[in-house]
Design a protein around this ligand. Sequence first.
Ligand code: NAD
Length: 471
Amino acid sequence: MTYSLIIDGKAIDARESFDVINPATGEVLAACPQGSVADLDNAVAAAKRAFPGWAAKPDAERQEALGKIADLIEAYQAELAALITAEQGKPQAGPGAPFEVGGCVAWTRVTQGLSVEPEVLIDTDEERVELIREPVGVVASITPWNWPLMIAVWHVMPALRAGCTVVMKPSPYTPLSTLRLVQMITEAGILPAGVLNVVTGDAEVGDRISGHPDIDKIAFTGSIATGRRIMERAGSTLKRLTLELGGNDAGIVLPGTDMSKRMEDLFWGSFINAGQTCSCLKRLYVHEDDYDAVCEGLANFVGGIKVGNGAEPDTLIGPLSNKMQFDKIVELVEDARTKGARILTGGEKPNGKGYIYPLTIIADATEEMRVVNEEQFGPVLPVIRYSDLDDAIARANALEVGLGASAWGNDPGEAAKVARKLVAGTRWVNRHGVLNPTVPMGGVKQSGIGVEFGEEGLREYTTVQILSIAK
Ligand code: NAD
């Protein structure tokens, strides 16, 4: 398989390439074309040319296009899922790569069915005033490596549905599934040339995107540091931004909660995709009276989960996605160990070539440890003891981030009262990280600006424009 950039409906072979690594083996998976600033400029010019025509299409035509894209993703589910396992690591089994591709289909179909109708604000004998949401223009989508195809779909489908044209820039760690999807859509002739373009690259191309005069909006999912940089640079052209950034989600187990029946939900809420999910539970607060039972339950549960190469059929958790992430997890676990944490299970760096790391439960964790106060993004769960519920809530809320949070209790109503006190974009009760294409998702505090999904998410690809008529 060879991969190309897609600009203005044409496959473009870049002069240079870079290696994409399979994180389960550490071996080179494929050569990926290296996009340049000039490629990016060409893609933006194509998207700008295509915009008026695409924006003027009747809604039904854009909806039909999204329906065809969903059918295409569904038809190629196995191929795309194999590619995601190979470039990103998540397994074929469990909530892994086929689940990610299934999510792409679901999100595309739900977005197909959404619309934002004009509203009549005033209608009198003298005047009629309408609020119309027009497509914002050329959208750049910048995506991370953890759910590479699904997050691309989260950006692109509402943009296309609203009438925008798009330039995508995937993460250099995981560009292949995105390049393949755009290639499929292009070869199937679903969209007019220039409506959907893809260029690879890293910070240099990213910086060109955030300063580009002809990009009207950026949808960015990634780290807080990069989000800040994009926001600063986008100021020069006052671009619209949706920023979905990092989190460090806390969960609080209410005093006296029997967690024995909830271990599976707690596990997947923390460890899906080897913990490399923005809305994974990353710090668990447990009352001192229940502390030992919850720690022991977690350690026993993770003992039954197979970690390894995601291409093997019984693997439920794959490797970390890249060396940078692997090294970071090793460092954070060592930091916790030296500061007095008890590693109940896992915590030992394996000697393989790939980036497989064992599931790790850390007891006696405290806020002095980096694994608690930094977003760790790995298959590691620190469990923190508390004695007073209000104090636990304050500690959960103490960080600068606020993406998700959860409260766990025997009585969901009581747990919901605690959840309401947590400052986060989504507060779950007796579950964590559950997303739905009809439910808006976004961060508060420094976890982001704006929301994705549902009509609220679709509106982010529009600008409010008024039509004011004197009769
Ligand atoms: P990252 O910020 O390093 O990279 C994200 C993307 O930005 C990549 O495509 C990268 O090439 C690009 N980029 C790099 N420098 C840039 C620049 N100067 N200008 C513009 N773009 C640039 O993040 P990552 O390591 O790929 O992803 C992990 C992070 O993403 C975690 O913090 C995680 O929490 C966050 N995340 C958030 C959500 C959410 O919905 N809130 C979802 C998934 C991941």
